[in-house]
Ligand binder design. Structure first.
Ligand SMILES: [Ca+2]
Ligand SMILES: [Ca+2]
Length: 562
């Protein structure tokens, strides 16, 4: 049974009035009894207390706040093109980069009609950070991670597509993406409220589909397939509830279709677009909206250990759990926001900030609320917490996800992702008091919690280049080498930088290289590899680019191989 009490939406946060009323009644049954006895003084207080408990019990217990699209009416027909809210049709050429075009297509659409931004697909394809080289099948969590870490978006004119392996290093993101919604999977041909809500409210929705050329009616641009091979990302940009079933090659059980923007140029389908039947079951297993696109001046610094994003969820057999990340501040300022992922709609959170992990249990809530839709969320702190240059700070979140007993979002190795070994700054807890280093959990040595911190400083802007400090290393031929390095950045620092390391022999040939996206400043880490088989002195070089676009000098050290 659905609660009839109203609820209202404020941005992405939904205020649940029914829930608040229930909590009030649940917490204060005695106050309720006093209220009733004053109103009707002839009744006995004990009877009234019992009555209050009955009233409380009679109110339905919602599993989660109703999603923002429930109970809404949508027009029978909708077309973002007619509203000037679709960017131009992209062209992948021969590369498997549909998931990148769908992500940039959604992002560009969400900015329209006010802002026209032509985002570089080349930059995302080259620097997305997974094992893929430029192209291949990937989930939208990887495009989300690239944007969430402020690696992009950059402008297409600064890095035009397609140039595999060739992107200019150190291009600064022209926007900061702070929210990406993951809509619940579509389960029925007419269960389309979430998609319609997102298209109308934000813009194009990145959706995965099973595409078979033979199922496209080229004459009408109508597509209906029974294939289950999810192999193509597209953008949903509209719908028509009465789209005739007769226009498809194989007749679906009824009318209705989504309008789709593809990324195979304008000669495909109808000017680059086609229609997918509501009855096509492959459409809508994953639905992503790149809607939270903010100015690149929104926050002064970003701190993060989860460069590659969310790939696993863990917990303590409960819908609620705590997770925390420790950082060392690169400047004086205040933690004003935090970001993390929620796997389910209606998640509730509380954020705390303290100088150390031990201080979290007693720290006041700096921010709290409910997130109506699952996805990547940045939450502003109602009570910003001051931090000082060079001092540690810990951000912790208590997250409750109705319907899931694994609320903690984690950056974890997958077939596509190989995060570098964690540096021991991620923690999990059942109660916010007893904390455990995530690395001590079996199989989690390369994992971090997905919890970024955003810092702002009055007048503080990153004007100086970072630096990679290298320590000399030595090893026996073919043995394991450990090159220790520290990323530093003078105050005020943007908090995060890309680090590049490479190994050269005496003749200057590059033997190994490593690019690490989004290293937190003041982080000490180790580059591990097998030493060359030949004795001699080798050179290790390093360089870094901070999120403000400043490039470090190249630092050097020697690797002696004996
Ligand atoms: Ca990590
Ligand atoms: Ca800097």
């Amino acid at each position: 049974m659905q609660s009839r009490l109203p609820s209202c939406e404020v941005g992405n946060v939904r205020l649940d009035v029914a829930g608040a009323f229930r909590r009030l009644l649940g917490v204060y049954p005695c106050a309720m009894a006093v209220f009733v006895s004053r109103t009707w003084p002839h009744c006995g207080p004990a009877l009234l207390a019992a009555l209050a408990v009955l009233v409380t019990a009679a109110l339905p217990e919602p599993a989660a706040a109703a999603p923002p699209w429930s109970g809404r009416d949508f027009p029978a027909k909708y077309d973002l093109r007619k509203l000037g809210r679709v960017s131009k049709v992209g062209k992948q050429n021969r590369h498997s980069t549909c998931w990148i075009f769908a992500a940039t297509g959604s992002l560009e659409s969400c900015l329209l009609p006010r802002t026209r931004l032509d985002v570089s697909e080349n930059h995302m394809a080259n620097l997305q950070g997974s094992r893929l080289r430029f192209e291949g099948r990937a989930p939208s969590t990887i495009s989300t991670a690239y944007l969430a870490r402020w690696e992009g978006p950059v402008l297409a004119r600064d890095d035009p597509y397609p140039r595999p392996g060739a992107s200019r290093e150190g291009l600064r993101a022209v926007r900061h993406v702070q929210m990406v919604l993951f809509l619940p999977a579509r389960r029925r041909p007419f269960g389309n409220a979430a998609i319609k809500w997102a298209v109308m409210k934000y813009g194009a929705v990145d959706a995965i589909v099973a595409y078979e050329h033979r199922d496209l009616n080229k004459a009408t641009g109508a597509y209906y397939s029974r294939s289950k091979d999810l192999d193509h990302h597209v953008c949903i940009v509209g719908w028509d509830d009465r789209y005739p079933a007769g226009r498809f090659l194989r007749r679906p059980p009824g009318p209705g279709a989504f309008l789709i923007k593809n990324s195979w140029g304008t000669s495909f389908g109808k000017g680059g677009y086609f229609w997918i039947s509501y009855h096509d079951r492959s459409l809508g297993t994953t639905l992503t909206v790149f809607n939270g696109v903010e100015s690149a001046a929104n926050h002064d610094a970003i701190y993060q250990h989860d460069a590659l994003g969310w790939s696993k969820s863990i917990g303590y057999q409960s819908t609620a759990a705590w997770f925390a990340a420790r950082y060392t501040s690169g400047g004086d300022g205040s933690v004003t926001a935090a970001s993390f992922y929620t796997a389910k709609p209606g998640a509730t959170y509380e954020v705390r900030v303290a100088p150390s992990l031990d201080g979290i249990a007693a720290a006041p809530a700096a921010g709290s609320g409910t997130l109506a839709v699952g996805g990547y969320h940045t939450v502003d702190l109602a009570e910003p917490v001051p931090v000082t240059a060079g001092a540690d700070f810990v951000v912790a979140v208590r997250l409750t996800t109705p319907g899931s007993k694994t609320p903690i979002p984690v950056e974890h190795p997958t077939k596509l992702l190989s995060p570098r070994p964690a540096v021991g700054r991620s923690f999990i807890s059942q109660d916010g008091v007893d904390w455990k280093d995530l690395r001590s959990k079996a199989g989690f040595a390369s994992s971090d919690v997905c919890l970024k911190a955003f810092v702002d400083s009055a007048g503080g802007r990153d004007t100086k280049a970072p630096r990679v400090r290298l320590e000399p290393a030595s090893a026996r031929r073919g043995a394991g080498v450990r090159v220790r390095f520290t990323l530093t950045d003078p105050a005020f620092s943007g908090g995060s930088a890309v680090v590049k390391l490479w190994l050269r022999d005496a003749r200057g040939r590059v033997l190994r290289r490593l690019r690490i996206p989004a290293v937190a400043v003041n982080e000490r880490d180790t580059w591990r590899f097998a030493a060359p088989k030949r004795r001699g002195d080798y050179r290790i070089l390093a360089r870094a680019w901070d999120v403000a676009g400043h490039r470090s000098v190249t630092t050097r050290t020697t690797l002696g191989v004996r």
